[in-house]
Design a protein around this ligand. Structure first.
Ligand SMILES: NC(=O)c1ccc[n+]([C@@H]2O[C@H](COP(=O)([O-])OP(=O)(O)OC[C@H]3O[C@@H](n4cnc5c(N)ncnc54)[C@H](OP(=O)(O)O)[C@@H]3O)[C@@H](O)[C@H]2O)c1
Length: 322
């Protein structure tokens, strides 16, 4: 008996054909393909399959450890979370690390830890809201150590849903820390890197930048702006052997990540995008000297642009709920 096709509407705002496939003799069992869609079996299988393929590709692409022995590195956001982990791991990998943040006690503790493997490592207290002070700090590090080989712009604010309406001042504060400071920092260290024909910069973005949800538009915009500026600059400096990267860490249970879930109205992200500080740090450090721009710790978010193109209404319906 041939398959019978009609159209049906499902809980997802997509019209899918109803295909009845006879799987036993006449009058016997039928499999209705649209019911698999209605029960979210097909969307789940499709997304999981796509995620698995991307994860395998991403894992394979990230292989090969880099040598950071003797390099001079500046890491912002080093008082907690991803920045702290990256600074400690870089020091363990032999780099001289200058850790940057506002909370001095935490930076002191980190410096003691880094000193076990990298005695020259230290810290500088700096509020990145003062962009001029950050640029000056980078110039001082360059003078003191003769160069900056690695700049990791990890500090960030605002990754939680707003409880108060945004103001000009609050928008500016997010943009300064998340976008203007790292962009100005790149411009400060790039001339030296280009002269030496080597150097790596990683700017921490977010999947909220390339796939914004509701409630933190300034945060999403700042992360997207940073990604766009980094990509644009990367084409200028690539011929000089300098590697620029935009990192997307997935969701990590740091102070910011947990605050977003516990107090910021964010639903606990699916397992496929949950990562540890250790996983994100080791991926970023392996990819520092790699020519590829994007560093994706989780593969599932890469499906978003495809989903929003193929099924825009379903995409928006789903994104509005997360
Ligand atoms: N965790 C996630 O799931 C996730 C997902 C996507 C993207 N990210 C991004 O990853 C980066 C690291 O965040 P995290 O998750 O590790 O959060 P975190 O533990 O809260 O770390 C944020 C860091 O930024 C520093 N910082 C904030 N405002 C600053 C300022 N005005 N001046 C100097 N430093 C400042 C903080 O240091 P002080 O307070 O001591 O200054 C802290 O070290 C951020 O850019 C964040 O947007 C995180």
């Amino acid at each position: 008996m041939p398959a019978e096709i009609t159209r049906t509407t499902t809980p997802f705002p997509i019209r899918v054909p109803t295909i009845r496939v006879p799987i036993a003799g006449p009058g016997g069992l039928h499999l209705r393909v649209s019911s698999l869609w209605e029960r979210r079996v097909l969307p789940t299988i499709t997304v999981r399959l796509y995620g698995t393929i991307l994860a395998v590709v991403a894992r394979h692409a990230g292989r090969g450890a880099a040598d950071h022995q003797g390099k001079v590195a500046v890491v912002t956001g080093a008082s907690s979370g991803l920045g702290r982990r990256l600074a400690a791991d870089l020091a363990r990998a032999g780099a001289l690390v200058v850790a940057v943040a506002r909370r001095q006690e935490r930076l002191r503790a980190l410096t003691a830890e880094m000193g076990e493997t990298s005695p020259g490592s230290g810290y500088r207290v700096c509020d990145l809201g003062d962009v001029g002070a950050f640029v000056h700090l980078l110039e001082q590090v360059d003078e003191e150590h003769g160069r900056v080989d690695i700049l990791l712009n990890i500090a960030g604010v605002g990754g939680v849903l707003r409880t108060l309406p945004a103001t000009t001042e609050s928008i500016r504060a997010v943009m300064e820390v998340n976008f203007i400071a790292p962009y100005a920092g790149m411009l400060a260290v790039l001339p030296g890197m280009r002269r030496r024909r080597s150097g790596s910069i990683v700017n921490m973005s977010s999947d909220d930048g390339r796939a914004p949800g509701a409630g933190a538009g300034d945060y999403s915009a700042s992360k997207m702006a940073l990604a766009a500026a980094t990509e644009s600059l990367s084409y200028e400096v690539r011929p000089d052997g300098v590697h620029l990267h935009v990192a997307y860490p997935g969701w990590v249970p740091t102070e910011m990540g947990l605050k977003a879930v516990e107090h910021g109205g964010l639903r606990m992200p699916p397992r496929a995008v949950r990562r540890t500080e250790e996983q994100v740090s080791s991926l970023i450090l392996r990819r520092l000297d790699d020519p590829r721009l994007d560093i994706n710790a989780a593969a599932l978010p890469l499906a978003a642009p495809i989903f929003r193109t193929l099924a825009p209404r379903a995409y928006q319906w789903m994104r509005a709920k997360t």
